[in-house]
Write a protein that binds this ligand. Structure first.
Ligand code: HEC
Length: 202
């Protein structure tokens, strides 16, 4: 009998330890910080189409349909905007976009309209509904590579599908001038994305 006590003690101790390890408080609420996906470049400095962006954090979807833009909008699609999750975590903590941040704007056509304003009626009501994907625009924060455009590089991966495999940085006169002049925070239109406008939002 005496001999069995230490073993029982060990067993109980081990069980408590396993239970403790399995259920640390806060486990469910605080997932590990995601590993960052950083921009990948070709030897000549072109941006390689970022991988896995459909699983990134979705921040918003501005829409400028043709029918509300004199029949021909520059971008008639939904602009579905994602941020790379590791960069988003850092942004939440610091309020600044870290070096290597990627913002991915994927264009998504609306389904053909049935009314003069380009809208159609679905079971949820009359409005605009997402159709096929249609290319992408991407920005990358890299102050060393892109000092002339405020520290961000601007890339167009086609405004049609399939997206280009790589893209060259666009000149300031094509993209950055407009972002630099009017985007709310560090060349990003955070005014349209509650998650980025208020980094504390969960
Ligand atoms: C005339 C102004 C203007 C020009 C030029 C412009 N953009 Fe933008 N861009 C905007 C506005 C406004 C938004 C947010 C609203 C929207 O998408 O309609 C935006 C959003 C974006 C976003 C989503 C992230 C963010 O900053 O909000 C990316 C990525 C982007 N633009 C890339 C580009 C690229 C690449 C070019 C050049 C090929 C470009 N833009 C040219 C005005 C502009």
């Amino acid at each position: 009998m005496l001999k069995r006590f230490p073993i029982a003690g060990l067993v109980v101790g081990a069980a408590v330890l396993v239970g403790f390890m399995a259920a640390r408080p806060g486990d469910a609420q605080t997932p590990a910080t995601p590993k960052r996906y950083l921009p990948e470049w070709t030897a000549s400095g072109d941006l390689i189409l970022p991988k896995g962006f459909h699983r990134w954090v979705f921040v918003g979807s501005p829409l400028t349909p043709n029918a509300l833009n004199g029949g021909k909008a520059n971008f008639p699609e939904f602009h579905n905007v994602y941020i790379e999750p590791g960069s988003y975590e850092i942004y939440k903590q610091t309020g600044e976009f870290p070096e290597g941040t990627i913002l991915f704007k994927e264009l998504q056509l609306t389904l053909p309209g049935e009314n003069s304003d380009g809208s159609r009626t679905e079971l949820s009501g009359r409005g605009y509904f997402g159709g096929p994907l249609n290319g992408a625009d991407v920005t990358v924060k890299d102050t060393k590579r892109f000092p002339d455009t405020g520290g961000w590089g601007y890339f167009n991966f086609h405004h049609y599908e399939p997206k280009a495999a790589t893209a060259k940085a666009m000149p300031k006169s094509e993209c950055a001038y407009c972002h630099m002049a009017s985007a709310k925070k560090d060349e990003v239109w955070t005014q349209f994305y509650p998650l980025l406008d208020n980094p504390k939002l969960d």
